[in-house]
Unconditional design. Structure first.
Length: 278
């Protein structure tokens, strides 16, 4: 993406302002990617998705950074009932109020090797003939390939016209959750039935599983987000960045590496290393 530029690596943490200050020397553009969708006792949404952004933005401001690109999420909201999406919105506010020239990119779900979301769905398809679905399964997504997301970020670097703007992006197709299950089943050569369970009925068992499983297949926060719109305007990538992103169908062969026992491990809260480490 930047063939004429060398890469210099600095180690640190978004929770360590001192380390961030040292890494910003002579930097003109910051692309901030750090965020969590699963919280823990020591890593909370507020600490990483809000305060972490504030720390990076403050270091960038001190260093005189000319363009701060924040990766957020479609659906970011000031509604405190959606704790993850609220934390992403709070992170956006830290950037907006920082005084930095900024661009906020809100992608729909991203896919590619190491994709926890699709690998988890593939694990369900591999291990059970009946796939449980919270609610109607009609909520729509607009998956964008991680490589295309990276290209959008690279193209945004020198775009003066995007400063001060929030851009929602997604791939070329909008698919429902039901459609994702169908596509993954077809990719794996499986025929699967769906069992639709009212969302409210899943809260208690999901909350109980969260207490004993380190990385449950779904969390109560994610259950709340099931009904949230997760799509951008059709053709937004072509219109804004001048290229056509790849479709989900035909580009998820990586889910074939999810085996039966991988599915069992995922259900028990362990993402197999060969799926995770890409």
């Amino acid at each position: 993406m930047f063939p004429d530029r060398s890469v210099e690596v600095h180690y640190g943490s978004v929770t360590d302002p001192a380390a961030l200050a040292g890494s910003m020397y002579d930097v003109e553009v910051v692309i901030h990617l750090v965020g969590i969708i699963r919280k823990s006792r020591n890593l909370t949404y507020d600490l990483i998705n809000r305060q972490g952004v504030a720390n990076v933005a403050a270091a960038a401001k001190e260093a005189g950074v000319k363009h701060f690109i924040q990766v957020s999420a479609i659906g970011a909201t000031n509604d405190v009932n959606y704790t993850y999406l609220y934390s992403k919105w709070k992170g956006e506010q830290e950037v907006i109020n920082s005084g930095l020239p900024y661009t906020i990119i809100r992608p729909s779900i991203m896919f590619g090797e190491g994709d926890e979301f699709l690998d988890t769905l593939a694990g369900l398809v591999k291990t059970t003939p009946v796939v449980p679905v919270a609610g109607s399964g009609r909520n729509r997504f607009q998956p964008i390939a991680v490589a295309d997301m990276a290209k959008c970020l690279a193209l945004a670097v020198d775009r003066e016209d995007l400063k001060g703007k929030t851009v929602e992006i997604g791939g070329p197709d909008q698919l429902s959750y039901n459609g994702l299950i169908t596509l993954i089943s077809r990719t794996l050569g499986k025929r699967r039935f769906r069992l639709h369970v009212p969302t409210w009925m899943m809260y208690l068992p999901t909350a109980m599983i969260q207490k004993v499983v380190a990385r449950p297949p779904i969390t109560t926060d994610q259950l709340k987000m099931i009904s949230i719109r997760n799509v951008a305007e059709p053709g937004i990538v072509e219109e804004t960045f001048g290229f056509t992103p790849r479709a989900l169908e035909g580009n998820i062969d990586f889910v074939r590496s999810v085996g039966f026992w991988d599915g069992i491990k995922i259900a028990l809260g362990f993402m197999p290393a060969h799926l995770r480490d890409h």
